[in-house]
Design a protein around this ligand. Structure first.
Ligand code: PEP
Ligand code: MG
Length: 384
């Protein structure tokens, strides 16, 4: 969590204030600071409660455009919060957690049960299940083998899965079996070439053939999407758009690969900003390609849950966002308080700028203008 040498500074019994909003810890605060923070906490609790009450309502801009807001989840436990926090579906189910729990690899049946429970409980709403994205920072020592010099550029996600069909095919079969209501979509991570996409489609067909032979119930009619998180795909988005049913923009990786900035390295965290104009340029290419090919484009990277970035994303043309469940009420609140027209103007202004700081400032000013002092300003990457 980026707290570095905090354990050297803190003694057993110390009192701490953890301000996750600002990204700071205060050790043994003065009574005055405690008092200030109690007030701040109360204010935030009142504000959050108010927001959660409105979370079930759709997110419609002031000028009448509905923006779909979905949830990123990792564990089934999270399903129970989706309704309360107003998720309109699951935009990203990260399946790595199932494989990293330490009880060995989950079988096809175990996975089918989990995915079906998820699909059942969200009947009528989209559930986007991402295939296994291990490698990079998500290491499974037993199966990914020796450490690599550059794990994020290495044997990760679809690259690993295409080499391990004995793991991949059962997962694909489980996803197909869960799609009985037709609300499940498959999302493939880390695609970087067309060939990988074609390989993936072949493996999916093999999974369908197996199910057919085994006489298991499944729905072969499933939408296939790819994470756009490698620059090669963003640059060639118009070509990829012809061959998939939807795009999901993964800004966490797209940013790290575009700027050559390790997303987990604190020393260079100041470079890791989604307000970077090169990233915005790629997002624009992806959106344009999606529009031309008439396929939906959503965003499931952290940028989609950054309240300051949301108006810019709407201005750029995004109509579907997927964010951590807890942040959904706030994302919806931002959407309800802006007009698309103003967001488009904001984007026009941003387009004139070539530096991250200028763009970030324009977005922050826009945000402050809407919310005045009412809302605490969210965390930014330069502080993370
Ligand atoms: C992303 O890269 O933006 C993303 C959502 O995937 P993950 O963070 O799981 O790599
Ligand atoms: Mg990613």
């Amino acid at each position: 969590v980026g707290l570095e040498y905090i354990t050297n500074l803190v003694e057993t019994g110390d009192q701490l204030i953890l301000d996750g909003r600002e990204g700071i810890i205060i050790i043994n605060p003065s009574p005055q600071t405690i008092n200030e923070y109690r007030k701040k906490q109360k204010k935030f609790q009142i504000y959050s409660k108010k927001l959660v009450k409105t979370a079930q309502q759709p997110a419609v801009t002031r000028d009448g455009t509905h923006i779909e807001v979905l949830a990123n989840i990792e564990f089934l436990d999270e399903i129970k919060h989706l309704q309360k926090f107003g998720a309109e579906g699951v935009g990203l189910f990260r399946t790595e957690g199932l494989f990293m729990e330490g009880n060995g690899l989950p079988s096809e049946d175990e996975q089918a049960e989990i995915y079906t429970r998820l699909a059942d409980s969200l009947k009528g709403k989209p559930v986007i299940i991402r295939t296994l994205d291990i490698g990079g920072d998500k290491i499974l020592p037993d199966i990914t083998g020796t450490m690599e010099q550059n794990p994020f550029l290495g044997w990760r996600a679809i690259r690993f899965c295409l080499d391990h069909k004995e793991i991949f095919i059962p997962q694909l079969k489980a996803i197909l079996r869960a799609n009985i209501h037709g609300n499940v979509h498959i999302l493939v991570p880390m695609i970087s070439t067309l060939r990988e996409l074609h390989e993936f489609k072949k493996v999916l067909q093999v999974a369908k053939n197996h199910l057919q032979k085994e006489g298991k119930k499944f729905n072969p009619d499933i939408k296939i999407g790819i994470m756009v998180e490698v620059p090669s795909v963003a640059i060639m988005a118009d070509v990829f758009a012809q061959q998939v049913d939807f795009f999901s923009i993964g800004t966490n990786d797209l940013l790290q690969y575009t700027l050559a900035v390790d997303r987990g390295n604190r020393r260079i965290a100041h470079l890791y900003s989604h307000f970077n104009p090169a990233l915005l340029h790629l997002i624009r290419l992806i959106l344009e390609a999606g529009k031309k090919a008439r396929i939906p484009v959503s965003m499931c990277g952290e940028m989609a849950g950054d309240l300051v970035a949301v108006p810019l994303l709407l201005g750029m043309g995004l109509r579907q966002l997927s964010a951590a469940t807890l942040v959904i009420p706030e994302v919806k609140n931002v959407i309800r308080n802006v007009s698309l027209k103003d967001c488009q103007k904001l984007y026009q202004e941003v387009k004139q700028k070539n530096t991250t700081l200028e763009i970030q400032k324009i977005c922050e000013d826009f945000y402050r203008q809407i919310f005045k002092e009412e809302v605490p300003l969210p965390i930014h990457n330069d502080k993370n």
